[in-house]
Design a protein around this ligand. Structure first.
Ligand code: PHE
Length: 358
């Protein structure tokens, strides 16, 4: 482009042309950076508008006035076009960004996982609440036991064949009294621990409040299949007083089991059995009269009248104190209540299984 604006008839149209050229250049700039380059070509130090201003020097005062005003008008118009293009580019950029970061508000949010109690924990809490309502205390004790509490105190002497009723995990270590350690194979040691503490607390007093306690917790045996886990759960029950009989055991257990399963539609059966620490001893079976488990006897507990030697080991006089004990499998009760047919599901930690109990 030459400089035909010096020919008077073309002046305005040249300035118009310049404005059109600036608008076209601005419009062609695809990015803010390129727009700034285009700006420099027109409004910069050696840009075309500046060049025109310099040209004024050669004009007369009168011409300077009119020509100067016209150039200035064009400059203002070019600046306006620049601002408009800047705004348009910024708006387009924003639009692009908004599209890229589009938020689909109809998608489900990312939620924080809500936990739930493990079904075994839920079963334990039910058991504690039900026995609590019958006046039973809840006790807790060590899972690493001594030979004495796991067996001897429970009238199950060393080398007695009844010890092999339980495939015990023995620990190659003795306590300070020379008693071998084991992972308790049942919760029965808690009978002794709790009753001893109770007897000690009321020693020397005329009367002793009855011992009424349950002790739920983990137990261990060398056993593993669909219905046995090397770690499982039991709840021990013990009621000792001056006149506690099998009749009380039956009433308490029936009350517990109907509350636990929330149904009267079941029967209880005591089947003669043997445990060194009870005499007589019985397995407790239950049978549902309705529902999916209807008609099958299911073993849920060992039980019996506490053996006089065990009463003695508790620090009590067997001529005065008598009572019953039971030990029930919590996992079995939970399986029956929740309709789970493989015990291992409780301990696999699979959320697809566990989240069903929330
Ligand atoms: N401890 C016994 C077992 O684990 C169950 C039991 C407890 C039996 C209390 C009688 C009395 O098999």
């Amino acid at each position: 482009m030459g400089r035909p604006f010096l020919i008077p008839e073309f002046r305005m149209s040249d300035l118009d042309a310049l404005l059109e050229a600036a608008k076209a250049d601005f419009a062609a700039a695809p990015t803010p950076a390129e727009l700034e380059n285009a700006k420099a070509r027109f409004l910069g130090k050696s840009g075309r508008v500046t060049e025109l201003m310099k040209g004024l020097a050669a004009l007369s005062i009168e011409e300077k006035k009119t020509r100067g005003a016209e150039i200035n008008q064009t400059k203002v118009a070019i600046e306006a076009a620049l601002t408009a293009r800047r705004d348009a580019l910024a708006a387009a950029e924003l639009e692009k960004q908004l599209k890229a970061e589009a938020l689909d508000v109809t998608l489900p949010g990312r939620q924080r996982g809500t936990g739930g109690l493990h079904p075994i924990t839920r079963a334990m809490e039910r058991i504690e609440a039900i026995f609590g309502s019958m006046g039973f205390d809840v006790a807790d004790g060590p899972e690493i036991e001594t030979d004495w509490f796991s067996f001897s105190a429970l009238n199950n002497p060393e080398n007695h064949p009844a010890r092999s009723m339980q495939d015990t995990f023995y620990v190659d270590m003795k306590d300070e009294n020379g008693s071998w350690l084991n992972l308790r194979p049942h919760t029965s040691p808690m009978q002794i621990r709790y009753a001893q503490a109770h007897a000690k607390r009321y020693a020397g007093q005329e009367t002793m409040p009855e011992i009424r306690v349950i002790a739920p917790g983990r137990t261990y045996r060398v056993d593993s299949d669909a219905t046995h886990s090397p770690m499982f759960h039991q709840v021990e029950g013990l009621w000792v007083g001056e006149n506690i009989s099998f009749k009380d055991l039956k009433a308490v257990y029936l009350n517990f089991i109907t509350a636990f399963f929330e149904t009267d539609q079941l029967q209880l059966r005591f089947r003669p059995s043997y445990f060194p620490f009870t005499e007589p001893s019985a397995e407790i079976d239950i049978m549902f009269e309705s529902g999916p488990l209807k008609g099958r006897w299911l073993e849920v507990s060992g039980s019996g009248q506490v053996h006089p030697q065990v009463i003695r080991n508790m620090g009590l006089d067997p001529e005065r104190y008598i009572g019953f004990a039971f030990g029930s499998g919590i996992d079995r009760l939970a399986m029956l209540r929740y309709g789970v047919n493989d015990l291992r599901a409780f301990f696999d930690g699979d959320l697809r299984f566990l989240s069903q109990f929330k």
